[in-house]
Design a protein around this ligand. Structure first.
Ligand code: FAD
Ligand code: NAD
Length: 315
Protein backbone atom coordinates (compact mmCIF):
# COMPACT_ATOMS: atom_id res chain seq x y z
CA UNK A 1 0.00 0.00 0.00
CA UNK A 2 2.79 2.35 0.77
CA UNK A 3 4.51 4.38 -1.83
CA UNK A 4 8.08 5.15 -1.44
CA UNK A 5 10.70 7.50 -2.57
CA UNK A 6 14.33 6.89 -2.16
CA UNK A 7 16.46 9.95 -2.41
CA UNK A 8 20.18 9.94 -2.54
CA UNK A 9 22.77 12.56 -2.53
CA UNK A 10 25.81 10.35 -2.22
CA UNK A 11 28.34 8.72 -4.46
CA UNK A 12 26.87 5.21 -4.62
CA UNK A 13 23.22 4.39 -5.23
CA UNK A 14 21.49 2.87 -2.23
CA UNK A 15 18.83 0.24 -2.75
CA UNK A 16 16.35 -1.23 -0.33
CA UNK A 17 13.92 -4.03 0.17
CA UNK A 18 11.65 -5.18 2.91
CA UNK A 19 10.09 -8.22 4.48
CA UNK A 20 7.13 -8.47 6.74
CA UNK A 21 5.23 -10.65 9.16
CA UNK A 22 1.71 -9.93 10.45
CA UNK A 23 3.07 -7.49 13.01
CA UNK A 24 6.44 -6.31 11.74
CA UNK A 25 7.81 -4.77 8.58
CA UNK A 26 11.59 -4.78 8.27
CA UNK A 27 13.04 -2.37 5.75
CA UNK A 28 16.63 -2.96 4.74
CA UNK A 29 18.52 -0.08 3.15
CA UNK A 30 21.73 -1.07 1.40
CA UNK A 31 24.03 1.95 1.49
CA UNK A 32 27.29 0.21 0.57
CA UNK A 33 28.85 2.09 3.44
CA UNK A 34 30.59 0.74 6.49
CA UNK A 35 30.46 1.92 10.07
CA UNK A 36 26.88 3.13 10.22
CA UNK A 37 26.09 3.91 13.84
CA UNK A 38 22.84 4.89 15.55
CA UNK A 39 24.16 8.46 15.58
CA UNK A 40 23.91 8.58 11.81
CA UNK A 41 20.33 7.32 11.56
CA UNK A 42 17.16 9.39 11.93
CA UNK A 43 13.85 7.51 11.92
CA UNK A 44 10.36 9.01 12.16
CA UNK A 45 7.16 7.04 12.23
CA UNK A 46 4.05 9.19 12.49
CA UNK A 47 0.51 8.09 11.71
CA UNK A 48 0.83 6.41 8.33
CA UNK A 49 4.16 7.76 7.22
CA UNK A 50 7.63 6.38 7.80
CA UNK A 51 10.86 8.22 7.09
CA UNK A 52 14.38 6.94 7.61
CA UNK A 53 17.50 8.92 6.88
CA UNK A 54 21.11 7.95 7.25
CA UNK A 55 23.84 10.52 7.04
CA UNK A 56 27.19 9.08 6.05
CA UNK A 57 30.25 11.04 5.14
CA UNK A 58 28.27 14.23 4.53
CA UNK A 59 25.81 12.43 2.28
CA UNK A 60 22.20 11.74 3.13
CA UNK A 61 20.26 8.58 2.21
CA UNK A 62 16.53 8.99 2.61
CA UNK A 63 13.66 6.53 2.45
CA UNK A 64 10.17 7.91 2.78
CA UNK A 65 7.12 5.65 2.97
CA UNK A 66 3.60 6.95 3.32
CA UNK A 67 0.06 6.56 2.10
CA UNK A 68 -0.26 7.63 -1.50
CA UNK A 69 -3.01 10.14 -2.27
CA UNK A 70 -4.44 11.07 -5.66
CA UNK A 71 -6.55 14.13 -6.35
CA UNK A 72 -10.15 13.33 -7.23
CA UNK A 73 -12.75 15.72 -8.54
CA UNK A 74 -16.25 16.06 -7.10
CA UNK A 75 -18.68 15.13 -9.87
CA UNK A 76 -21.99 15.00 -8.02
CA UNK A 77 -23.56 15.14 -4.59
CA UNK A 78 -27.01 13.82 -3.84
CA UNK A 79 -29.10 13.87 -0.65
CA UNK A 80 -29.83 10.37 0.63
CA UNK A 81 -31.29 11.30 4.02
CA UNK A 82 -31.61 14.66 5.83
CA UNK A 83 -27.92 14.48 6.81
CA UNK A 84 -26.31 11.84 4.59
CA UNK A 85 -25.20 12.40 1.01
CA UNK A 86 -23.92 10.24 -1.84
CA UNK A 87 -20.70 11.81 -3.13
CA UNK A 88 -19.29 10.83 -6.52
CA UNK A 89 -15.65 11.63 -7.24
CA UNK A 90 -13.77 11.10 -10.50
CA UNK A 91 -10.35 9.47 -10.35
CA UNK A 92 -7.55 11.03 -12.39
CA UNK A 93 -7.60 9.67 -15.97
CA UNK A 94 -4.32 7.79 -15.54
CA UNK A 95 -5.34 6.12 -12.28
CA UNK A 96 -6.55 2.57 -11.91
CA UNK A 97 -7.99 2.05 -8.44
CA UNK A 98 -10.53 -0.60 -7.46
CA UNK A 99 -11.16 -0.55 -3.71
CA UNK A 100 -11.54 -4.15 -2.49
CA UNK A 101 -14.80 -5.15 -0.83
CA UNK A 102 -14.83 -4.32 2.87
CA UNK A 103 -11.93 -1.89 2.66
CA UNK A 104 -11.83 1.85 3.25
CA UNK A 105 -9.74 4.75 2.00
CA UNK A 106 -8.72 8.03 3.62
CA UNK A 107 -10.02 11.35 2.35
CA UNK A 108 -7.78 14.35 2.90
CA UNK A 109 -8.65 18.04 2.83
CA UNK A 110 -6.62 21.04 3.91
CA UNK A 111 -8.71 22.96 6.41
CA UNK A 112 -7.29 26.29 7.64
CA UNK A 113 -3.75 25.27 6.70
CA UNK A 114 -3.99 21.87 8.37
CA UNK A 115 -4.30 18.57 6.53
CA UNK A 116 -7.24 16.63 7.93
CA UNK A 117 -7.64 12.96 7.07
CA UNK A 118 -10.63 10.73 7.83
CA UNK A 119 -11.49 7.16 6.74
CA UNK A 120 -14.49 6.43 4.50
CA UNK A 121 -15.78 3.24 2.89
CA UNK A 122 -16.55 3.43 -0.83
CA UNK A 123 -19.96 2.10 -1.88
CA UNK A 124 -21.54 1.15 -5.21
CA UNK A 125 -23.60 3.91 -6.83
CA UNK A 126 -26.76 2.05 -5.90
CA UNK A 127 -27.75 -1.07 -4.01
CA UNK A 128 -29.76 -2.25 -6.97
CA UNK A 129 -27.27 -1.76 -9.77
CA UNK A 130 -26.14 -5.04 -11.25
CA UNK A 131 -22.95 -5.99 -9.51
CA UNK A 132 -20.18 -7.57 -11.53
CA UNK A 133 -16.47 -7.48 -11.35
CA UNK A 134 -15.71 -7.33 -15.03
CA UNK A 135 -12.27 -8.02 -16.43
CA UNK A 136 -11.99 -4.34 -17.19
CA UNK A 137 -13.89 -2.67 -14.40
CA UNK A 138 -15.31 0.77 -14.77
CA UNK A 139 -13.05 2.38 -12.25
CA UNK A 140 -13.48 5.97 -13.26
CA UNK A 141 -15.65 6.95 -10.32
CA UNK A 142 -15.60 6.35 -6.59
CA UNK A 143 -18.76 6.76 -4.48
CA UNK A 144 -19.19 7.49 -0.78
CA UNK A 145 -22.19 7.71 1.52
CA UNK A 146 -21.19 10.31 4.07
CA UNK A 147 -23.09 11.69 7.03
CA UNK A 148 -22.56 15.39 7.66
CA UNK A 149 -22.10 16.29 11.34
CA UNK A 150 -22.77 20.07 11.69
CA UNK A 151 -20.28 20.32 14.57
CA UNK A 152 -17.79 17.92 12.98
CA UNK A 153 -14.30 18.81 11.85
CA UNK A 154 -14.18 17.22 8.40
CA UNK A 155 -17.68 16.58 7.06
CA UNK A 156 -18.94 20.23 7.01
CA UNK A 157 -15.90 21.10 4.83
CA UNK A 158 -16.60 18.17 2.57
CA UNK A 159 -20.21 19.31 2.31
CA UNK A 160 -19.06 22.79 1.28
CA UNK A 161 -17.11 21.47 -1.73
CA UNK A 162 -18.49 22.67 -5.05
CA UNK A 163 -18.85 20.42 -8.09
CA UNK A 164 -15.42 20.45 -9.75
CA UNK A 165 -13.51 20.86 -6.46
CA UNK A 166 -10.89 18.31 -5.44
CA UNK A 167 -10.30 15.99 -2.52
CA UNK A 168 -7.33 13.67 -1.96
CA UNK A 169 -8.09 9.93 -1.85
CA UNK A 170 -5.62 7.42 -0.39
CA UNK A 171 -4.91 3.81 -1.22
CA UNK A 172 -7.29 1.25 0.31
CA UNK A 173 -6.83 -0.38 3.70
CA UNK A 174 -8.67 -3.03 5.64
CA UNK A 175 -8.58 -6.65 6.62
CA UNK A 176 -11.79 -8.09 5.20
CA UNK A 177 -11.17 -10.96 2.79
CA UNK A 178 -13.72 -12.33 0.34
CA UNK A 179 -12.31 -15.79 1.19
CA UNK A 180 -14.43 -15.43 4.37
CA UNK A 181 -17.40 -16.01 2.04
CA UNK A 182 -16.17 -19.41 0.85
CA UNK A 183 -18.89 -22.05 1.17
CA UNK A 184 -20.91 -19.53 3.16
CA UNK A 185 -24.56 -20.35 3.69
CA UNK A 186 -25.85 -17.65 6.03
CA UNK A 187 -24.63 -14.06 6.00
CA UNK A 188 -25.84 -11.77 8.78
CA UNK A 189 -25.10 -8.07 8.65
CA UNK A 190 -25.44 -5.86 11.73
CA UNK A 191 -25.13 -2.19 10.80
CA UNK A 192 -25.73 1.00 12.78
CA UNK A 193 -26.02 4.39 11.08
CA UNK A 194 -23.28 4.91 8.50
CA UNK A 195 -21.87 1.56 9.65
CA UNK A 196 -24.06 0.44 6.76
CA UNK A 197 -21.43 1.55 4.22
CA UNK A 198 -19.19 -1.58 4.23
CA UNK A 199 -22.33 -3.71 3.90
CA UNK A 200 -23.23 -2.23 0.49
CA UNK A 201 -20.50 -3.90 -1.57
CA UNK A 202 -20.54 -6.95 0.69
CA UNK A 203 -24.24 -7.49 0.00
CA UNK A 204 -23.87 -7.04 -3.73
CA UNK A 205 -20.85 -9.32 -3.89
CA UNK A 206 -22.33 -12.10 -1.76
CA UNK A 207 -25.66 -12.18 -3.62
CA UNK A 208 -23.90 -12.26 -6.97
CA UNK A 209 -20.84 -14.44 -6.43
CA UNK A 210 -21.46 -16.98 -3.67
CA UNK A 211 -23.44 -19.96 -5.01
CA UNK A 212 -23.62 -21.66 -1.60
CA UNK A 213 -25.42 -18.69 -0.05
CA UNK A 214 -28.94 -19.41 1.22
CA UNK A 215 -29.75 -16.41 3.35
CA UNK A 216 -28.56 -12.81 3.75
CA UNK A 217 -30.11 -10.81 6.55
CA UNK A 218 -29.42 -7.21 7.49
CA UNK A 219 -30.36 -5.80 10.87
CA UNK A 220 -30.11 -2.04 10.47
CA UNK A 221 -30.02 0.10 13.63
CA UNK A 222 -30.91 3.78 13.39
CA UNK A 223 -32.23 6.49 15.64
CA UNK A 224 -35.32 7.41 13.58
CA UNK A 225 -36.99 6.37 10.34
CA UNK A 226 -35.59 9.50 8.66
CA UNK A 227 -32.05 8.30 9.37
CA UNK A 228 -32.37 5.05 7.41
CA UNK A 229 -30.01 5.11 4.43
CA UNK A 230 -31.37 3.65 1.17
CA UNK A 231 -34.47 2.22 2.87
CA UNK A 232 -36.40 1.93 -0.39
CA UNK A 233 -33.44 0.23 -2.13
CA UNK A 234 -33.25 -2.28 0.70
CA UNK A 235 -36.96 -2.98 0.58
CA UNK A 236 -36.83 -3.36 -3.17
CA UNK A 237 -33.92 -5.78 -2.87
CA UNK A 238 -36.01 -8.05 -0.63
CA UNK A 239 -38.43 -8.41 -3.56
CA UNK A 240 -35.68 -8.81 -6.13
CA UNK A 241 -33.79 -11.51 -4.27
CA UNK A 242 -35.70 -13.89 -2.02
CA UNK A 243 -32.55 -14.82 -0.09
CA UNK A 244 -32.32 -11.26 1.24
CA UNK A 245 -34.20 -9.81 4.17
CA UNK A 246 -33.90 -6.61 6.16
CA UNK A 247 -35.06 -5.63 9.62
CA UNK A 248 -34.98 -2.02 10.83
CA UNK A 249 -34.47 -1.29 14.52
CA UNK A 250 -35.00 2.24 15.82
CA UNK A 251 -33.50 3.56 19.04
CA UNK A 252 -35.42 6.85 19.14
CA UNK A 253 -38.48 6.70 16.88
CA UNK A 254 -40.25 10.03 16.59
CA UNK A 255 -43.50 8.93 15.02
CA UNK A 256 -45.44 5.75 15.50
CA UNK A 257 -43.25 2.75 14.69
CA UNK A 258 -44.47 -0.82 14.54
CA UNK A 259 -41.06 -2.35 13.97
CA UNK A 260 -38.35 -3.33 16.41
CA UNK A 261 -37.07 -0.77 18.91
CA UNK A 262 -34.06 -0.29 21.16
CA UNK A 263 -30.32 -0.79 21.05
CA UNK A 264 -28.41 -3.93 20.13
CA UNK A 265 -29.29 -6.61 22.71
CA UNK A 266 -28.96 -10.37 23.22
CA UNK A 267 -32.74 -10.72 22.81
CA UNK A 268 -32.77 -8.93 19.43
CA UNK A 269 -29.74 -10.86 18.20
CA UNK A 270 -30.79 -14.34 19.26
CA UNK A 271 -34.14 -13.91 17.51
CA UNK A 272 -32.49 -12.52 14.37
CA UNK A 273 -29.55 -14.89 13.99
CA UNK A 274 -31.37 -18.06 12.99
CA UNK A 275 -29.24 -20.39 10.89
CA UNK A 276 -30.80 -21.89 7.78
CA UNK A 277 -29.75 -25.31 9.14
CA UNK A 278 -28.10 -26.55 12.33
CA UNK A 279 -24.61 -26.74 10.93
CA UNK A 280 -24.76 -24.06 8.27
CA UNK A 281 -21.63 -21.99 7.72
CA UNK A 282 -22.33 -18.46 8.97
CA UNK A 283 -20.59 -15.11 8.89
CA UNK A 284 -21.75 -12.13 10.93
CA UNK A 285 -20.43 -8.72 9.90
CA UNK A 286 -20.83 -5.82 12.28
CA UNK A 287 -20.18 -2.10 11.89
CA UNK A 288 -21.29 1.10 13.59
CA UNK A 289 -20.40 3.41 16.48
CA UNK A 290 -17.67 1.82 18.64
CA UNK A 291 -19.93 1.07 21.66
CA UNK A 292 -22.43 -0.57 19.31
CA UNK A 293 -19.77 -2.77 17.72
CA UNK A 294 -18.16 -3.68 21.04
CA UNK A 295 -21.46 -4.57 22.71
CA UNK A 296 -22.56 -6.48 19.61
CA UNK A 297 -19.40 -8.60 19.58
CA UNK A 298 -19.76 -9.35 23.28
CA UNK A 299 -23.38 -10.50 22.80
CA UNK A 300 -22.40 -12.61 19.78
CA UNK A 301 -19.80 -14.44 21.85
CA UNK A 302 -22.38 -14.96 24.58
CA UNK A 303 -24.61 -16.50 21.92
CA UNK A 304 -21.74 -18.93 21.15
CA UNK A 305 -20.67 -17.56 17.80
CA UNK A 306 -16.96 -18.09 17.34
CA UNK A 307 -14.32 -15.50 16.44
CA UNK A 308 -14.12 -16.93 12.92
CA UNK A 309 -17.83 -16.41 12.45
CA UNK A 310 -17.64 -12.67 13.26
CA UNK A 311 -16.05 -9.87 11.26
CA UNK A 312 -16.09 -6.39 12.75
CA UNK A 313 -15.26 -3.28 10.77
CA UNK A 314 -13.18 -0.82 12.74
CA UNK A 315 -10.48 1.74 11.94
P1 FAD B 1 -15.91 14.82 14.14
O1 FAD B 1 -15.22 16.11 14.32
O2 FAD B 1 -15.16 13.57 14.33
O3 FAD B 1 -17.22 14.80 15.05
C1 FAD B 1 -18.26 13.82 14.89
C2 FAD B 1 -19.40 14.13 15.86
O4 FAD B 1 -18.96 13.98 17.19
C3 FAD B 1 -19.92 15.56 15.74
O5 FAD B 1 -21.30 15.57 15.99
C4 FAD B 1 -19.19 16.29 16.83
O6 FAD B 1 -19.90 17.39 17.29
C5 FAD B 1 -19.09 15.20 17.88
N1 FAD B 1 -17.89 15.33 18.69
C6 FAD B 1 -16.63 15.55 18.27
N2 FAD B 1 -15.79 15.58 19.29
C7 FAD B 1 -16.55 15.38 20.40
C8 FAD B 1 -16.26 15.29 21.79
N3 FAD B 1 -15.03 15.43 22.25
N4 FAD B 1 -17.28 15.04 22.61
C9 FAD B 1 -18.54 14.88 22.15
N5 FAD B 1 -18.85 14.96 20.87
C10 FAD B 1 -17.88 15.21 20.01
N6 FAD B 1 -18.53 7.89 7.94
C11 FAD B 1 -19.40 8.03 6.91
O7 FAD B 1 -20.25 8.93 6.92
N7 FAD B 1 -19.31 7.20 5.82
C12 FAD B 1 -18.39 6.20 5.73
O8 FAD B 1 -18.35 5.48 4.73
C13 FAD B 1 -17.48 6.03 6.82
N8 FAD B 1 -16.54 5.07 6.79
C14 FAD B 1 -15.70 4.92 7.85
C15 FAD B 1 -14.75 3.90 7.82
C16 FAD B 1 -13.92 3.69 8.91
C17 FAD B 1 -12.88 2.60 8.87
C18 FAD B 1 -14.06 4.51 10.06
C19 FAD B 1 -13.20 4.28 11.26
C20 FAD B 1 -14.97 5.55 10.08
C21 FAD B 1 -15.80 5.77 8.98
N9 FAD B 1 -16.70 6.83 8.96
C22 FAD B 1 -17.58 6.94 7.92
C23 FAD B 1 -16.67 7.90 9.99
C24 FAD B 1 -15.74 9.05 9.51
O9 FAD B 1 -14.41 8.58 9.43
C25 FAD B 1 -15.73 10.26 10.47
O10 FAD B 1 -15.49 9.83 11.77
C26 FAD B 1 -17.04 11.04 10.41
O11 FAD B 1 -17.29 11.47 9.08
C27 FAD B 1 -17.04 12.26 11.35
O12 FAD B 1 -16.02 13.14 10.95
P2 FAD B 1 -16.04 14.69 11.29
O13 FAD B 1 -14.62 15.16 11.31
O14 FAD B 1 -16.99 15.43 10.43
O15 FAD B 1 -16.66 14.76 12.74
P1 NAD C 1 -26.01 7.15 15.02
O1 NAD C 1 -25.57 8.04 16.13
O2 NAD C 1 -27.02 7.67 14.06
O3 NAD C 1 -26.50 5.79 15.68
C1 NAD C 1 -27.04 4.73 14.92
C2 NAD C 1 -27.43 3.61 15.86
O4 NAD C 1 -26.26 3.11 16.50
C3 NAD C 1 -28.33 4.01 16.99
O5 NAD C 1 -29.68 4.05 16.60
C4 NAD C 1 -28.07 2.89 18.00
O6 NAD C 1 -28.80 1.73 17.70
C5 NAD C 1 -26.61 2.59 17.77
N1 NAD C 1 -25.80 3.25 18.79
C6 NAD C 1 -25.37 4.53 18.79
N2 NAD C 1 -24.69 4.80 19.91
C7 NAD C 1 -24.71 3.66 20.64
C8 NAD C 1 -24.19 3.30 21.91
N3 NAD C 1 -23.52 4.17 22.65
N4 NAD C 1 -24.39 2.04 22.34
C9 NAD C 1 -25.08 1.14 21.59
N5 NAD C 1 -25.59 1.44 20.40
C10 NAD C 1 -25.42 2.67 19.93
O7 NAD C 1 -24.75 6.62 14.20
P2 NAD C 1 -23.87 7.40 13.13
O8 NAD C 1 -23.77 8.84 13.53
O9 NAD C 1 -24.37 7.09 11.77
O10 NAD C 1 -22.46 6.77 13.36
C11 NAD C 1 -22.00 5.67 12.67
C12 NAD C 1 -20.66 5.22 13.22
O11 NAD C 1 -20.18 4.15 12.42
C13 NAD C 1 -19.57 6.28 13.27
O12 NAD C 1 -19.01 6.24 14.55
C14 NAD C 1 -18.57 5.81 12.24
O13 NAD C 1 -17.25 6.13 12.60
C15 NAD C 1 -18.78 4.31 12.23
N6 NAD C 1 -18.38 3.70 10.96
C16 NAD C 1 -17.33 2.84 11.00
C17 NAD C 1 -16.90 2.23 9.86
C18 NAD C 1 -15.75 1.26 9.94
O14 NAD C 1 -15.15 1.10 10.96
N7 NAD C 1 -15.36 0.58 8.86
C19 NAD C 1 -17.55 2.48 8.64
C20 NAD C 1 -18.61 3.37 8.62
C21 NAD C 1 -19.03 3.97 9.80
Amino acid sequence: QATDTLAREGPSSPSYDWFQTDSLVTIVVYTKQKDITLDSVIVDHQDDSFRAETIIKDYSYLINIGLFYRQCQLISKEDVTHDTRLFCFMLPPSTHLQVPIGQHVYLKLTITDTEIVKPYTPVSDSLLSEFKEPALPNNKYIYFLIKIYPAGLFTPELDHLQIGDFVFVSNPEGNFKTSQFQELEDLFLLAAGTGFTPMVKLLNYALTNIPSLRKVKLMFFNKTEDDIIWRSHLEELTFKDKRFDVEFVLSAPISEWNGKQGHVSPALLSEFLKRSSDKSKVLICICGPTPFTEQGIKFLHELNFSKDEIHSFTA
